[in-house]
Design a protein around this ligand. Structure first.
Ligand code: SAH
Length: 361
């Protein structure tokens, strides 16, 4: 039995079955044994590949978007550029290189990376060693000093814990995780409890038995903090992730290991665990905090509107034939509907007095 399974077993013995959110929080974020805490999960040798790791075009276009956002904020002399969950630091390196073409942008920024994993912070330090501005690392977004904000988060919200609720003939119950007699983790239905129904949005309350609803308190509370910061001090945030535009029912829990789907309950700490992002809920939360929200638009549309096609042609014009193939392939992966182009969505949040962010019609 792994160390983390032992810890979970002890916790369940003391407190009873875990919520899905408790399980995800431990499996991903346990300080010693959590998935993100101990290893580098990215790339061909890891478990999954993210957009910035596919091609520099992704981060360059976002870098230009950030620089244009700074202009749209009337180019404040000081602002915070923040990335939450920066992975290997690749996206930020590309943002700084491309954004650096706009005079004044780099000099105006204080750069903050919000990262919970010491291993990934180490990788980020290496990637950004030659960056034109020094980074400061924080564990929580709320530790960042107040001020105008430009914030980016790619594939962060899918990693934040969700609770899962199931509609039954007798009402909504929470899905829980327990140990069976053979010390294997198993699914279990929580008991009927009228309070559970209060978590379910009105339009979904009457969904048929067997329907599942997922809710990320951690995601919504982070979004509320970002929305509040923007409403108070000005700024823009760009949230990119896989998920749905509208709040809906469905089981989107997913475990991935070595680029393959995996059993959600097998090997906690050794597989990436995620859930699809509920963009409608994020959007409403940002608006309730006093910010304006735009989208979500699909990643394919967003990148095309920002000019990924001309950028690909430009790269191809100076490339060898092998490199040309790589550029074409990356363009396809990032934008086409049957790859990342449609499932991945982009939400922007901005101060209500600022112009509409680029890429959002
Ligand atoms: N944005 C990167 C990495 C995505 S993976 C990319 O696109 O390649 C998720 C990242 O979020 C990892 O860096 C992980 O360590 C970090 N992370 C997970 N939970 C977090 C939390 N609660 N706060 C900050 N970072 C978190």
């Amino acid at each position: 039995m792994s160390n983390l399974l032992r810890i979970l077993r002890q916790r369940i013995a003391h407190q009873g079955p875990l919520t899905v959110a408790d399980y995800m929080a431990e499996a991903l974020g346990h300080p010693e044994h959590g998935y993100y805490m101990k290893s580098d999960p990215f790339g061909a040798g890891g478990d999954f590949t993210t957009a910035p790791e596919i091609s520099q075009m992704f981060g360059e276009l976002i870098g230009i978007w950030c620089a244009v956002s700074w202009q749209q904020m009337d180019a404040p002399e000081k602002f915070n550029l923040v990335e939450i969950g920066p992975g290997r630091g690749t996206l930020m390196a590309d943002i700084l290189r491309a954004g650096g073409n706009l005079p004044g942008f780099i000099n105006a920024m204080d750069l903050y990376l919000v990262e919970t994993s010491p291993v990934l912070q180490g990788l980020q330090e290496k990637t950004l060693a030659d960056a034109p501005v020094q980074s400061s690392w924080k564990q929580y977004f709320t530790e960042i000093p107040e001020g105008p904000l430009i914030l980016v988060a790619n594939e962060l919200f899918d990693a934040l814990p969700v609770r899962q609720f199931e509609s039954t003939a007798n009402g909504w119950v929470e899905r829980l995780i327990n140990f069976d007699d053979a010390d294997t983790l198993v699914w279990r239905q929580g008991s009927e409890n009228p309070a559970t129904a209060s978590f379910i949005p009105g339009p979904l309350k009457d969904e048929p038995a067997g329907s599942l609803y997922e809710m990320s308190s951690a995601g919504l509370s982070l979004m509320a903090s970002i929305g509040n910061a923007i409403a108070s001090h000005g700024g823009t945030a760009l949230i990119i992730d896989y998920g749905h535009s509208e709040t809906t029912c469905g089981d989107t829990l997913q475990a991935v290991k070595n680029h393959q789907f995996y059993d959600f309950l097998a090997d906690p700490g050794d597989a990436d665990l995620t859930a699809h992002v509920d963009f409608q809920a994020l959007k409403e939360t940002a608006e309730q905090a006093g910010a304006a929200a735009f989208g979500p638009v699909t990643q394919g549309d967003y990148l095309r509107r920002l000019g990924i096609e001309p950028r690909a042609q430009q790269l191809e014009s100076v490339a060898t034939s092998r490199q040309k193939e790589d550029v074409r392939e990356a363009l396809e992966r990032l934008t086409s509907a049957d790859e990342m182009g449609t499932l991945f969505k982009v939400l922007a949040v901005a101060h209500p007095d600022q112009p509409r962010p680029e890429g959002f019609t």
